[in-house]
Design a protein around this ligand. Structure first.
Ligand SMILES: Nc1ncnc2c1ncn2[C@@H]1O[C@H](COP(=O)(O)OP(=O)(O)OP(=O)(O)O)[C@@H](O)[C@H]1O
Ligand SMILES: [Mg+2]
Length: 371
């Protein structure tokens, strides 16, 4: 880096010196030629030659002086001009994986030129990096916290049971059941986190898939649960072909239908619809349930958020839905119903005949919830 910096400076100084040498040389040569013509016409020969000789020396000296001064000025000017660049370089060196990148902000002063623009753009990037790092740290902290809860339950159960010398088979069974539940919870969490990590920031595959099939599977999986809550589940599943990762799409439908069943009221209803509209394949899941304040909606898609406090879930379901939707270049809209409950609508690019769209950037589709 040091060498590159010096060399840009050196090149700038040399260029300036060269320009002065060329321009000054040409000017002096013309002046000399005119002068020589004039002197030869007006002066006697030895005197004219002598005067021209002196003139040549003086011109050469003047040119050398101008070139040296130009080089020096170029050297100094380049130092000043390149200062924002040096600041950006230093700032980039200060950024590390840990710590807050915002501590390295350049905050360049000086005229609003291209270099200032570079420094400002760099600052904006550091701000975004800072936000991303903070979000990641928060996520890891929450994930650890969530994982620790079932682990604490397991440890407590084991400690209490082992400390009791009279514990019988019944006690051990009871303990095993609690431990089993806690292990289930750990497994759910870990598989949810893995799905999130897999779907984050990547474009989904391009297998042909049908949202209707994914929705049907999801409804079948929750049938028993819906029946025990006395829910009425209605389906209107028309073909809705998309391209993507079938496993992730199944998971998306499962999470939405599961939410509609779990966050419902006893005897409530669930409607699951799939269809195409224009260039979009739609999956809509609507359910009864407690009233949701519209301002809580953006939070619902954040990891580990459960409205109404607690609940048996891990709060990852909708985050996974959002991630999968983004990976497929689609949109997610969550609309609370005035009478309670929610309408969740996923719109993905419909599958058209022919080759899949080549460039489907991950994360291009912002969710309608603006979360
Ligand atoms: N269909 C819905 N109707 C009413 N509330 C919902 C619905 N879907 C989600 N919610 C609310 O949003 C919260 C977040 O949902 P999300 O699916 O992310 O987590 P979860 O269902 O609590 O847990 P998980 O899905 O990880 O098992 C829920 O806890 C619930 O309060
Ligand atoms: Mg859920």
């Amino acid at each position: 880096m040091q060498r590159v910096r010096v060399s840009v400076r050196l090149r700038f100084a040399a260029l300036l010196a060269l320009v002065v040498l060329a321009a000054g040389g040409a000017l002096l040569a013309v002046a000399y030629a005119l002068m020589a013509g004039h002197l030869h016409r007006t002066l006697a020969e030895p005197l004219a030659s002598h005067t021209l000789g002196t003139l040549r020396e003086e011109f050469a000296l003047a040119l050398a002086g101008a070139v040296i001064i130009a080089g020096g000025l170029g050297w100094a000017a380049a130092h000043r001009l390149l200062r924002p660049l040096r600041e950006v370089t230093d700032a980039a060196r200060r950024v590390t994986g840990s710590g807050d990148p915002r501590a390295a902000l350049v905050a360049a002063a000086g005229p609003r030129d291209e270099l200032r623009e570079l420094a400002d753009t760099f600052d904006a990037m550091l701000e975004r990096l800072g936000d991303a790092f903070a979000a990641q740290r928060r996520f890891v902290a929450q994930a650890s916290h969530e994982l620790r809860r079932p682990l604490t339950v397991i440890r407590t159960e084991l400690d209490v049971t082992l400390a009791d010398p009279d514990a019988g088979a019944g006690d051990l069974r009871a303990m095993a059941r609690v431990v089993e539940q806690a292990v289930d919870r750990c497994e759910d969490l870990v598989s949810g986190l893995l799905t999130l990590a897999r779907g984050e920031g990547v474009a989904a595959g391009d297998e042909p898939a049908d949202l209707a099939r994914a929705a049907r599977l999801a409804v079948e999986e929750t049938r028993a649960e819906a029946r025990s809550a006395r829910l009425s589940v209605r389906c209107d599943l028309q073909a809705a072909g998309v391209r993507g990762d079938r496993r992730l799409l199944d998971r998306l439908a499962a999470n939405l239908v599961e939410n509609a069943v779990r966050h419902n009221v006893h005897g409530g209803g669930v409607v699951v619809r799939t269809r195409t509209r224009g260039d979009r394949a739609l999956l809509t899941v609507e359910n009864d349930g407690p009233v949701i304040a519209p301002e809580r909606v953006p939070a619902m898609v954040e990891p580990f958020v459960r409205l109404g406090g607690g609940g048996p879930g891990s709060g990852l379901g909708l985050s996974i839905v959002r991630t999968v939707v983004r990976a497929h270049g689609g949109e997610l809209a969550l609309t609370p119903r005035a009478a309670g409950g929610l309408v969740a609508e996923v719109a993905l690019p419909v599958r058209t005949a022919g080759p899949p769209p080549a460039a489907r950037a991950a994360g291009s589709g912002a969710p309608a919830t603006r979360a």
